[in-house]
Ligand binder design. Structure first.
Ligand code: BG6
Ligand code: MG
Length: 220
């Protein structure tokens, strides 16, 4: 049985993956490091500190702790400016009807985002009240691709990981779901999200009946 569906936020429920990209690209530009969409694909789902480490390593650049902290702050300040504009109209098509279908089937809804800004974005989208549990990225030891955030949300929802379905747009996120021993639904390109059990091009194609059928088949 499906007890819960646990969603990633950035790039799954709304287009904030693009806003993270814009903010990181500005930092990379300033440091004279090239940073394109392909690099960004590797950073999807990756936490703030590790994202900056990736960019610095790409540019063969070493910085001290103070500079590192300053770059993190700069990125986040710009990101906060960008998400200030977020409102309920930015919710991806298909999300509300998907949540309604889950509620109708008595399936719990969780949020497992790597973002420390997740609660803010969720409240700007006006969907806080639809979640049974919202995970806290700041309180888990290991970030995606480690399973920690998905496991902590399953725990918070009081369900077993093996009865959960995770939904992700990122390679690191799909790996986190699989490491948590959950069924993984990818949102995006199936050539990129190769480890997912099932992939939809976007949330508007997410079909809970199809997901559940595939999930139950995979469990037998
Ligand atoms: C993830 C995004 O959800 O959160 C990443 O996919 C982002 O791009 C990460 O770096 C951390 O977000 P924040 O808001 O804590 O910097
Ligand atoms: Mg994501």
């Amino acid at each position: 049985t499906t007890d819960a569906v646990i969603f990633d936020l950035d790039g799954v429920l709304t287009d904030t993956a693009e806003l993270h990209f814009i903010a990181w690209q500005a930092i990379a530009n300033k440091l004279n490091i090239t940073f394109d969409k392909e690099d960004n694909e590797k950073l999807k789902g990756v936490d703030r500190e590790n994202s900056l480490k990736y960019i610095l390593a790409k540019g063969n650049l070493a910085v001290g702790t103070a500079k590192f902290e300053q770059l993190l702050k700069e990125k986040n300040d710009q990101y906060l400016t960008l998400i200030n504009e977020v409102n309920p109209s930015h919710l991806f098509d298909g999300v509300l009807s998907c949540f309604a279908a889950l509620k109708k089937s008595n399936v719990k809804i969780g949020l497992a985002s790597a973002s420390k800004n997740a609660s803010l974005v969720i409240s700007k989208l006006g969907i806080e009240h639809l979640f049974d549990f919202i995970g806290d990225a700041a309180s888990v030891a290991n970030s995606k691709p480690a399973p920690d955030i998905f496991l902590s949300v399953a725990h918070g929802l009081n369900v077993l990981p093996k009865n959960c379905i995770g939904v992700e747009d990122a390679v690191a996120g799909v790996r986190a779901i699989k490491s948590a021993n959950m069924f993984a639904v990818g949102i995006g390109d199936n050539q990129i999200l190769t480890q997912a059990d099932l992939v939809f091009p976007s949330m508007s194609e997410f079909d809970f009946n199809q997901v559940e059928t595939a999930f139950l088949l995979s469990a037998t």
